[in-house]
Design a binder for this molecule. Structure first.
Ligand SMILES: Cc1cc2nc3c(=O)[nH]c(=O)nc-3n(C[C@H](O)[C@H](O)[C@H](O)COP(=O)(O)OP(=O)(O)OC[C@H]3O[C@@H](n4cnc5c(N)ncnc54)[C@H](O)[C@@H]3O)c2cc1C
Length: 473
């Protein structure tokens, strides 16, 4: 391998890295993928998107079973939770997709190299060298004309805390031997909210402590407000403006001391605490100091083709500055980078075209500008809002919580943002992403036929609501 010069060597085999590897091979590039985890797939497949969504689906079924009589299903007795079986199913889903990735690497003749990759400096005569070290084996070197950095991220910890069996990150919480009876969740971004939703469904007393004035802080304010109301209705204790001061282990669990929104000292005790206060880019120990790669608050600065300031070195996925840390953003940024390398046309990743999904009960799906952001940008904003209460499919599903909100520009009628809270919001948002990508207008969408009875009709009604002409509300 020492003599092979790859077109691209990718450091990191998560969704950003493996997607770039496959697309690169599809373009006919010679690709090496270096990864230091036991299996390919990164955070997303092993301790992120996939296991959380598996548990959320268990939680959804559990919630339905607890309301079975409402659907005319009786005589089942009291459902009991076999947690070991829940975890086994989650692990089987991960294993299945890990095997799928191994298959795809072979299919595309991608050379997978196990170990930690580290840059050695700028390219010499157009060829970069990456040192690869793996425990128990000799270090080696990989040579390539281009490098993609895709080393991802890990959970941020609060100062002085170490994860263990009571103080948890997304990693430990995914393999607890039993669901906790009580849980404090620090941080109300998507990760904190999803675990709150899962364990509340399974009966835990859940308290959320969020430093900012609202939960789901990146979402439209009305979404945060309604989700807060619905979480409280589910019995989740939501505390915003809460500044965590101390987390201590007690004899039976943990005690979290915080200052509440009124400046008063408070404490919450629970069996476990989840720290979900954001993710740190893995930019250390990868040899950046030997290059011109620039960092911005610990993340890598790139241009619209994902190129760093060092020629031939690209960055994709969670380590990139200025983009949300999401698997689909990582995957698309990888596809952009290899298109550039292969000399193919591409469209840069646009911040305002990225769907944001939170798979809680109820779900959030959003894309584009919030109402406040659109106003800040100087648009003359026209908003339409339609509640799921008026949607017949939502009635059939037995859930009326939430709404669809359209943010549009009154001058040309262009749709600038769509914000959905409610059933299947994470699926419904796909229509809105396409609408924004194609610069759709309210009028065009008001005359776009949506099948009946579907949840998508709530979007049709919301487009109509922009002009004060919803049908079902
Ligand atoms: C609990 C949770 C739930 C989430 N849910 C969602 C969701 O539903 N939808 C969504 O879009 N996003 C979700 N995310 C975010 C998503 O997981 C990340 O955005 C995504 O995994 C980032 O992909 P990546 O390829 O950049 O990095 P990662 O997935 O972190 O992969 C990086 C890979 O690089 C390897 N690596 C690191 N350093 C080196 C090195 N020096 N040499 C070789 N290999 C190295 C790592 O071992 C890892 O395999 C979730 C995250 C969490 C924590």
């Amino acid at each position: 391998m020492a003599e092979t010069v790859f077109d691209v060597a990718i450091i990191g085999g998560g969704p950003a890295g493996y997607t770039a590897a496959i697309r690169g091979a599809e373009y006919g590039l010679k690709v090496a993928l270096i990864d230091n985890s036991p299996r390919l797939g990164g955070t997303c497949l092993h301790v992120g998107c996939i296991p959380t969504k598996a548990l959320l689906f268990n939680a959804e079924i559990w919630d339905h079973l607890n309301h079975a009589a409402e659907f005319g299903i009786e005589g089942m007795g009291t459902p009991t939770l076999n947690w070991a079986a829940v975890l086994k199913r989650k692990d089987a889903i991960i294993a299945n997709h890990t095997r799928g990735l191994d298959f795809l690497m072979k299919k595309h003749k991608i050379v997978v190299i196990k170990g930690s990759g580290r840059l050695t400096g700028p390219a010499l005569a157009g060829v970069h060298t990456v040192d690869v070290t793996a425990p128990g084996s000799e270090s080696s070197q990989v040579k390539a004309k281009n490098i993609l950095l895709a080393t991802g991220s890990e959970a941020k910890m609060l100062p002085g805390l170490k994860p263990g069996d009571r103080i948890l990150t997304n990693i430990e919480i995914l393999s607890l031997p039993q669901p906790p009876k009580s849980l404090v969740v620090i941080g109300a971004g998507a990760v904190g909210l999803e675990f709150s939703s899962i364990f509340r469904s399974f009966g835990a007393d859940v308290s959320i402590l969020e430093f900012l004035p609202r939960i789901a802080p990146v979402e439209d304010e009305e979404v945060s407000k309604e989700l807060t109301r619905l979480f409280k209705k589910r019995g989740i204790d939501v505390n915003t403006g809460a500044k965590v001061e101390k987390v201590e282990e007690t004899e039976t669990g943990v005690k979290v001391s915080f200052t509440d929104a009124n400046g008063k000292p408070q404490t919450k005790e629970a069996e476990k605490v989840l720290v979900a206060v954001g993710r740190l880019g893995r930019t250390e120990n990868i040899g950046l100091e030997k290059t011109r790669v620039e960092l911005e608050r610990g993340l890598i600065k790139v241009n619209e083709a994902q190129e760093t300031a060092e020629p031939g070195i690209f960055a994709i996925g969670d380590i990139v500055s200025g983009l949300p840390q999401l698997a689909h953003v990582g995957a698309m940024s990888g596809m952009v980078a290899v298109a550039k390398i292969a000399g193919r046309s591409f469209r840069p990743v646009r911040r305002d075209r990225i769907p944001g999904c939170t798979y809680t009960e109820p779900q959030i799906g959003s894309v584009g500008l919030t109402e406040a952001q659109a106003k800040e940008k100087g648009y003359e904003v026209k908003v339409g809002k339609f509640p799921f209460a008026g949607n017949s499919k939502a009635t059939i599903l037995g859930t009326h919580d939430g709404f669809v909100k359209i943010v549009s520009d009154s001058k040309y009628g262009e749709i600038l943002g769509v914000h959905i809270l409610g059933p299947q919001a994470t699926e419904l948002i796909a229509e809105a992403v396409a609408v924004l990508e194609l610069e759709g207008t309210v009028e065009a969408m008001m005359f776009t036929i949506h099948a009946h009875p579907t949840l998508t009709e709530s979007l049709l009604d919301a487009y109509g609501a922009v002009e004060g002409m919803a049908i079902n509300a």
